[in-house]
Write a protein that binds this ligand. Structure first.
Ligand code: XMP
Length: 519
């Protein structure tokens, strides 16, 4: 457990609770989200927060049995900020009144908050104009504030938009300061944590030192194995663990023959030559491509790859005598998902890639040094550890690799053509300075041949599709609006430079209804 100043976010089930954590981490404040059911008196005692935030939530405090924090939270003597449902909970618990929503009192969407004559510290620097845009999303509303509270901001639909009990440092707002549609909401969080006495001690430098200490403590003189995919998360985890325990770590990089051009060499070179990390390069392409032969159903392909990946990893891991730990690049969003308010399981598309199920099967304990980090924090840690920027900024690449970019039957010939076309496409994107602007870009080779004419001759070659999308988390995505000139130039280069392709198309499907990958 980290020793930083800690802020506790009690989650009442809002869709945007994670954003509160993001805003706080941006302020170098260490915080954790915990579902309200888990926040008991004993938990509070152990967690010992320096401040507490109540999230929003979909329930109604007037409904019997609706979510509540333990009463002792109000006796901790630390500042509390309630947001939306969190405001209503606070008012209700402390003697105010909340009324159930009726259509004329509900408020969803953009609203404007105006200050009262007294600008309290929480709102310091917030009002740039006479009123500030905020995002409201509530059915119920506070109809009477609790004793000790005063109003410090109002909106047409929410007379108690900002309320506070300054003696106890309890603050409660009806809107959501964490969302993008409350453009200056960060001021509220900044002021809140300053008032609570946070020093902003959550930096990547500090995290690195502490993570190293904790890994050493946990692992002792035992051995750790780490499945390396070449992606950012497992790479950062491996480099960090290596810094902590040196050659007690061995990485296993499974090359399934479905990687991009030069990918295996790059990964192996970086880990072996640059970091001197013991690495088993498991070239199992014959096995994977052999078992995939003749298979064209997307799910069958995925299942074969998932199964073989685990078998192969296990085979190599067994060669490492005395290994007691398995390292994984699990991130904080995965942790939150698996213990979230709604108890939703994490997204299954990742499971076989993350060698799910291996620890139990092999009797290994887990080392997950990135469990407390968001993706951009992992990138920052990677930089702190000296991983090259070009590596850290790489687009996501799926565990099943090129198999899901090769609809229909996978052949070595098609994979070779696909690798070349993909390399030209990515080169084009880099040359035009677009790589970092795009979330993910790749080529898919299509299972059709088409007729073309090159020089004086007829061609009968494969068609391919270019894909480029922007996305925040891969769950939804928009196709990237390349210029026609860029598309034309890229198509010409691919057709000229890649033997076997004579037609290039651009995929303009968003997700939904499409998915990012073709399979
Ligand atoms: P889809 O195609 O589902 O992809 O829109 C969303 C994101 O997830 C990646 N992806 C995977 N990643 N194992 C992975 O590690 C998988 O099986 C897998 N399938 C899709 C995809 O590249 C995109 O970034």
């Amino acid at each position: 457990m980290t020793q930083h100043d800690r802020l506790l976010i009690i989650d009442f089930g809002s869709q945007v609770t994670q954003l509160i954590a993001r805003r706080l981490r941006e302020l170098n404040v260490y915080c954790e989200i915990h579902p309200y059911q888990n926040v008991t008196d004993a938990f509070l005692d152990e967690f010992s927060p320096k401040a507490v935030i109540f999230s929003g939530g979909p329930d109604s405090v007037v409904r019997e049995g609706s979510p509540r924090p333990p009463k002792t939270v109000y006796d901790l003597g630390v500042p509390i900020l309630g947001i939306c449902y969190g405001q209503q909970v606070m008012m209700h618990d402390l003697g105010g009144k909340v009324e159930a929503g009726e259509s004329h009192t509900a408020e969803f969407g953009r609203a404007f908050v105006s200050p009262t004559p007294t600008i309290i510290d929480l709102l310091h620097g917030w009002f740039k104009a006479e009123r500030e845009q905020v995002w409201m999303s509530h059915g119920d509303h506070v109809s009477e504030i609790a004793p000790g509270f005063e109003v410090y901001g109002t909106s047409p639909g929410a007379p108690f938009a900002v309320t506070a009990d300054l003696n106890r440092n309890f603050f409660a707002v009806q809107f959501h300061p964490e969302v993008h549609h409350t453009p200056n909401g960060k001021f509220l969080y900044e002021n809140f944590v300053r008032m609570a006495g946070f020093t902003g001690d959550w930096t990547m430098g500090a995290y690195r030192e502490e993570a190293i200490r904790l890994i050493r403590e946990k692992v002792g003189d035992k051995k750790v194995i780490c499945g390396l995919s070449g992606g950012v998360d497992s790479s950062v985890a491996a480099v960090l663990i290596h810094e902590a325990i040196g050659d007690q770590l061995t990485c296993v990089f499974v090359d399934h023959g479905l990687l991009r051009q030069n990918e295996a060499d790059e990964v192996v070179k970086m880990f072996r030559d640059h970091y001197n990390i013991p690495l088993i390069h498991a070239d199992e392409s014959e096995l994977f491509l052999g078992e995939l032969e003749g298979q064209s159903d997307p799910e069958t392909k995925r299942k074969i790859i998932g199964r073989l990946f685990i078998d192969v990893f296990q085979k190599y891991a067994n060669q490492i005598e005395g290994a007691e730990f398995l390292a994984q690049g699990t991130l904080y969003p995965d942790v939150i998902e698996s213990v979230s308010f709604s108890g939703g399981p994490s997204v299954t598309i990742k499971s076989h890639h993350n060698v799910g199920g291996l620890p139990e099967k092999m009797g290994l304990k887990l080392v997950e040094p990135l469990r407390e980090l968001f993706k951009d924090e992992v990138r920052a840690l990677g930089r702190e550890l000296g991983l090259p920027d070009s590596f850290i900024g790489r687009h996501p690449f799926p565990g099943p690799g090129l198999a899901i970019r090769c609809p229909g039957e996978i052949t070595r010939e098609k994979l070779e053509i696909l690798r070349k076309a993909d390399a030209v496409y990515i080169d084009q994107i880099r040359k035009h300075g677009l790589y970092d602007e795009i979330w993910q870009a790749f080529v898919a080779i299509l299972p059709v041949r088409t007729v073309g004419v090159m020089g004086d001759g007829r061609t009968y070659d494969f068609a391919c599709a270019l894909r480029a999308v922007n996305s925040v988390d891969g769950m939804t995505a928009d196709y990237y609006p390349f210029s026609h000139d860029f598309l034309g130039e890229t198509a010409t280069r691919i057709i000229n430079e890649v033997k076997g392709i004579n037609r290039v198309t651009y995929d303009i499907t968003s997700k939904p209804p499409g998915t990012i990958e073709w399979e």
